[in-house]
Design a protein around this ligand. Structure first.
Ligand code: NAD
Length: 484
């Protein structure tokens, strides 16, 4: 494996900006700003405006003022605006992809392109989704109808690992159901969000979608605000708890998409060789900075030695480097905070004397590069098994007893997703039934869909995104009863 640092970039975007908030249809600067870094080079690529409390208030007030007019449109009219937004995003696609690689680090030719294209596809598809009223009782005397009415102003708070996809996942369903929004991206990756906020101002009526950049404080200003009816949050479990506590001030609705420590279980007799590229990508895609990355890989003892050998050989061929280089398979860690956490975890793996057949040493910068690392059968109480690493390090664990491996897989505060792999479908489904997770894949992984609800169990979250259930989370249930 080859770790590259300091690769020169060919594709250029005007990173000097200006990057501005989008408030009430206008692009707005702030007195203060903060630096945004390229994680592959440590260079400052731009300055983002740091929203003042007044500006956050103005954004919320604009969203509140715009909401009744937006809600008064028909679903088809709102859908048409959202489809136009997908077209406008499409027209800026190449710029967004380059910007995403530059601020986030993921490879331009693969994951950054996929993220932006998939996000635009998502917006276009959600534009077609509708929540119809449901007549649940209709007798000669009486009718009962359930409608799904908008909540009002939604505050959206997003993380740094998939800033484009996770941001647009919130915007499209929020707007199609008649709400307006104030979005705040992660301070580590605000640029794409500011740009797609800017693009939105060319499409939507003023105030329908507002974007304000800032740190954690600006997020808290949203969660504690009485004019915000719902918080749609994606981020860590620790922050999710704070969001939940703060949102109690006016009983906000909350959707929390939080962390995970997803197990994958390989059953005896699995024809594992063709699965190795899939399992590698599932664990190391986006350099492991993925809520639903495979973070614990349990392999039956009958396969273990051969699997480990072949998996290490496959991983050793992969290149970690600058995401602008078309030869890069995995980019850097997105920020110094996460890079520091990984250094600490790697030091613990070393201090515990765990077997590391690949990787293990984090080179000095420039760039937050972390090598692809495999930990061979660590103890179940080791940090690399217990914690969500959020980096390119994977414990592969040998198991022999099915009840024990199911117990171990479930022995975590998290319950985001899981996967089971095996030759006999019924056996694999039987194991899947016993796993405590919001999504369980059997002999496939990381399939998502507009109509497929996604959300975590236990401390991986609350509520779902996507699907009709995800749309309904942006609405109140309103029951009408008519005496005929
Ligand atoms: P984070 O919790 O540190 O930050 C997320 C967002 O919350 C940022 O915009 C941040 O500024 C904001 N924030 C921080 N403190 C706040 C507060 N007190 N009030 C309101 N907002 C606040 O998370 P992160 O490090 O950006 O993202 C990584 C985490 O996100 C991982 O745990 C990962 O598993 C999780 N994640 C989950 C999903 C999912 O769908 N379940 C998807 C992607 C990432």
């Amino acid at each position: 494996m080859n770790v590259q640092t300091g690769f020169a970039q060919d594709v250029r975007v005007d990173f000097t900006g200006p990057y501005r908030h989008a408030i009430n249809g206008a692009l707005v600067d702030s007195a203060g700003s903060f630096e945004v870094f390229n994680p592959a080079t440590d260079e400052v690529v731009a300055h983002a405006p740091n929203a003042s409390r007044d500006q956050v208030e103005q954004a919320i007030a604009a969203a509140k003022a715009a909401q009744p007019g937006w809600a008064a449109l028909s679903q088809d009219e709102r859908g048409a605006y959202i489809a136009a937004y997908a077209d406008a995003l499409d027209a800026h696609k190449q710029e967004l992809i380059t910007l995403l690689t530059t601020e986030q680090g993921k490879p331009r030719h693969s994951m950054a392109t996929t993220e932006v294209e998939y996000a635009i596809f998502w917006v276009r598809e959600v534009a077609k989704r509708r929540l119809e009223d449901e007549v649940i009782e209709d007798t000669p005397e009486h009718t009962v109808k359930v409608a799904h009415t908008p909540l009002g102003v939604v505050g959206a708070i997003t993380p740094w690992n998939f800033p484009v996809l996770l941001g647009l996942w919130k915007i499209a369903p929020c707007l199609v159901t008649g709400n307006t929004m104030v979005m705040k991206p992660s301070p580590y990756t605000p640029l794409c969000t500011l740009r797609f906020g800017e693009i939105a101002q060319q499409v939507f009526p003023a105030g329908v979608l507002n974007v304000v950049a800032g740190g954690n404080e600006q997020g808290a200003w949203l969660t504690e605000h009485p004019d915000i009816a719902k918080i749609s949050f994606t981020g860590s479990t620790a922050t999710g708890r704070k969001v939940m506590a703060s949102s109690s001030c006016n009983l906000k609705r909350i959707t929390l998409e939080l962390g995970g420590n997803d197990p994958a279980i390989l059953l005896p007799g699995t024809d594992y060789k063709p699965l190795i590229p899939t399992l590698f990508d599932a664990a190391y895609g986006n350099s492991g900075q993925w809520c639903i990355a495979v973070k614990r890989l349990y392999v039956h003892e009958s396969l273990y030695d051969d699997f480990l050998r072949d998996f290490v050989a496959h991983a050793a061929e992969k290149t970690v480097g600058n995401g602008m280089d078309p030869n890069t398979d995995l980019g850097p860690i997105q920020n110094k905070m996460q890079y520091g956490k990984l250094k600490d975890l790697f030091a613990d793996v070393k201090a515990q004397g765990l077997s590391v057949p690949l990787g293990g040493e984090i080179p000095d910068g420039p760039g937050n590069f972390v090598p692809i690392t495999i930990v061979d059968n660590p103890p179940k109480d080791s940090r690399v098994v217990r914690e969500e690493p959020f980096g390119p390090i994977l414990p592969i664990i040998k198991w022999s007893d099915l009840d024990e491996v199911v117990r171990d897989a479930n022995d975590t505060e998290f319950g985001l997703a899981a996967s089971v792999w095996g030759p006999d479908r019924d056996t694999a489904i039987g194991v899947a039934n016993r796993l405590e997770a919001g999504t369980v894949w059997v002999n496939e992984i990381h399939i998502h869909g507009i109509d497929i609800p996604f959300g975590g169990h236990k401390q991986s979250g609350m509520g779902v995104e996507n699907g009709q259930e995800g749309l309904k989370e942006f609405t109140n249930t309103k029951t009408y009863m008519f005496r005929k």
